[in-house]
Design a protein around this ligand. Structure first.
Ligand SMILES: *[C@@H]1O[C@H](CO)[C@@H](O)[C@H](O)[C@H]1NC(C)=O
Length: 617
């Protein structure tokens, strides 16, 4: 592997000369070197299996007394975290009889216990399934059953959500643990008391001796086209690769990183937490959830040097009232995805010289980009090195037919530089796609066959990107059945399924519409009602409120006599999305979901307030 990389580097020399006019050459080379180092480390981890847990144990040995997690008014050193997770591992093996290869589902919010639970599971060689704590009822059961977990471990504050699905879990013989000292509900066992009583001595590494890089390490849920979330299977190799992103972005072992994004998503967990562990001795300042008013205070209080973001967060920060001390902080780098060019410029102007490192990648995807240059607006940069090792392309895409355009021979067509195309990544040994647990159909759906030659296989990212002639990559749009709102993917079919459960709704077509001044798209639904039925605002609101997290609830509803379909009976979304929610343009009855109130008829006044930004969604 090493010699192969060196020879390739030599072979690339003429290419480097060719690139002499490139003003970013030094940064490109240093990024390529970082990538080579990562490649070497990954190949070593394969020969003599090492996982992210081994990185953690090394850090414990080297800096036992350094702070690992800081949370609210408590802090925990690496050594304390090690001992806490030993207790978890011992309590789990005693009370649940978990052994390597078993899966446990974690259903809890951002708190230190989340980290101890995961580390404890890793010490037993178990796979952790990270459930989104916003999901309920049918979605919760679905996600839980995707990963064949033996046990559901829930945070104390989520007891109500667990009780709702308890009868089904009982039927399936699932053990249910709650992270509190006591529990008097039949069928739910308290677990915090068991952890406290357990010994904090390390468990034997023999317990995890059969793992290798290809063993499943995590399930992370992503919204998909199916309707219900899909469990992306991440093996140890993928986890290590994701953890290297911090090192590739120039984060050092003495940085302090602020994590408020949910640990059940890959941004918070892989890029944030695992990246910090990989760096060796980083202190993680963990927060239950984002708070615009506490953000900079926290950064000052804890000497935070690195923040993570999603585009929405950067906008909230820019929209918050100006303060005199807002440049008084030690933040030097922001790592994340989805910041808009105008917010980017605002952010730098207000909060000082912070290097913004935009990254692109999907949890289950096999291609990623990093904008290590800091070019405003770009999500990444093509690198000669990257191009050599990862085979990807932007192909022409027909948004009406919702499929790639093919030439007379049936192959896909690469778009010329500067044009928008669908990103596809070749599936190979070094760039695998592990697919979704228990969901062959969706796994197959993400694969694109016969792209450039007969028999080849590509991962369909579902994202439309553009690459300019300098090699900067720009995000354009997301295709198909999902859209993003407030940093969450919303699966349109999942929302439709819930709407269809409302008695008087016959058909539902859910899509995302753009809102001025907001990233992503907000949910809107076109509905066809059953014959002689009226739209009942109250019943619809009650239903979506009980079954959908707030970011997935349709904010606008449009009642139509008939929903348009394509020749192949697929719902037409593009045109509806373009038409938006302006009552002056749309003659169908329109409703708006008002915060804490419910659906009300949409007015021109509401539309104007939204357009002017006085009403924030
Ligand atoms: C932050 O840095 C200052 C100055 O270097 C130091 O006095 C303070 O103790 C640090 N605070 C924390 C929470 O580490």
């Amino acid at each position: 592997m090493l010699s192969y990389i060196l020879y390739t580097a030599l072979a690339l020399l003429p290419l480097l000369l060719y690139y002499w006019r490139n003003p970013y050459i030094l940064k490109d080379i240093s990024y390529a070197i970082a990538a080579i180092k990562v490649g070497i480390r990954l190949s070593k981890s394969g020969k003599n299996f090492r996982s992210i847990l081994d990185d953690f144990l090394d850090a414990v040995k080297k800096h036992p007394h350094k702070n690992f997690i800081v949370f609210e008014d408590s802090s925990y050193t690496y050594s304390q975290a090690d001992r806490e997770s030993n207790k978890v591992a011992r309590a789990l093996s005693a009370h649940v009889q978990l052994k390597q290869g078993d899966t446990a589902a974690l259903f809890l919010g951002n708190e230190p216990l989340f980290v101890w639970m995961w580390l404890g599971l890793a010490k037993l060689g178990c796979t952790a399934s990270l459930l989104n704590y916003n999901i309920r009822s049918k979605s919760l059961l679905h996600c839980f059953s995707c990963c064949d977990a033996k046990v559901l471990i829930a945070g104390a504050d989520l007891r109500g959500a667990v009780e709702e699905v308890l009868p089904t879990l009982k039927q399936q013989g699932i053990q249910v643990l709650i992270l509190s000292d006591k529990c008097d509900v039949e069928g739910i066992e308290s677990f915090s008391d068991k952890i406290q009583q357990a010994s904090d001595e390390p468990v034997s590494p023999q317990l995890r001796a059969n793992l290798n890089l290809k063993s499943p390490a995590l399930y992370i849920y992503t919204s998909g086209t199916t309707g219900l979330p899909k469990a992306a299977v991440l093996n140890h190799e993928r986890m290590l690769m994701a953890s290297y992103l911090q090192s590739m972005s120039g984060i050092h072992s003495d940085d302090v990183i602020y994590i408020y994004l949910p640990l059940y998503h890959s941004a918070g967990f892989l890029m944030g937490l695992c990246g910090a562990i990989e760096r060796g001795s980083i202190t993680v300042v963990l927060r239950r959830k984002f708070s615009a008013s506490n953000f900079w205070n926290d950064c000052r209080k804890y000497n935070v040097t690195v923040i993570q973001y999603i585009g929405e967060i950067m906008r909230y920060l820019c929209n918050s009232p100006k303060k005199d001390n807002e440049r008084d902080h030690k933040v030097r780098l922001a790592l994340g995805n989805g910041i808009r060019a105008d917010t980017w410029a605002d952010f730098l102007q207000r909060f000082g010289d912070i290097h913004i490192c935009e990254c692109y990648g999907a949890t289950e995807g096999n291609v990623g980009f990093v904008n290590y240059i800091g070019k405003v607006g770009a999500i990444g940069r093509e690198n000669f090195f990257h191009k050599r090792f990862v085979s990807y392309a932007l192909i022409r895409y027909d948004t009406e037919k919702e499929e790639p355009v093919r030439d007379s021979k049936g192959f896909c067509i690469k778009v010329p530089t500067g044009e928008t195309g669908l990103l596809v990544g070749k599936i190979s040994r070094t760039t695998p796609f592990s697919g979704y647990a228990k969901n062959k159909q969706q796994t197959e759906k993400k694969k694109l066959k016969n792209v450039f030659e007969t028999g080849d296989l590509y991962f369909n990212s579902g994202d439309l990107l553009r690459i300019d002639d300098e090699g900067f990559v720009y995000f354009q749009d997301r295709i198909g059945d999902t859209f993003r709102w407030k940093g969450e993917n919303v699966a349109t079919t999942e929302v439709s399924d819930h709407l269809l459960a409302v008695g008087f709704i016959e058909e539902a077509n859910v899509y995302g519409v753009k809102v001025p001044g907001h990233e992503g798209r907000i949910g809107m639904a076109a509905l066809k009602l059953k014959e002689n039925m009226d739209f009942d605002c109250k019943a619809t609101y009650q239903h979506v409120k009980s079954y959908l997290p707030s970011y997935a609830r349709p904010r606008f509803i449009r009642i139509q006599d008939d929903l348009a379909v394509t020749g192949t009976f697929k719902q037409m979304k593009v045109k509806l999305a373009e038409e938006g929610f302006n009552p002056a343009v749309i003659k169908d009855p329109l409703f708006f979901l008002e915060d804490n109130k419910g659906y009300v008829p949409m007015t021109q006044e509401t539309f104007n307030s939204i357009s002017e930004g006085t009403l924030r969604l």
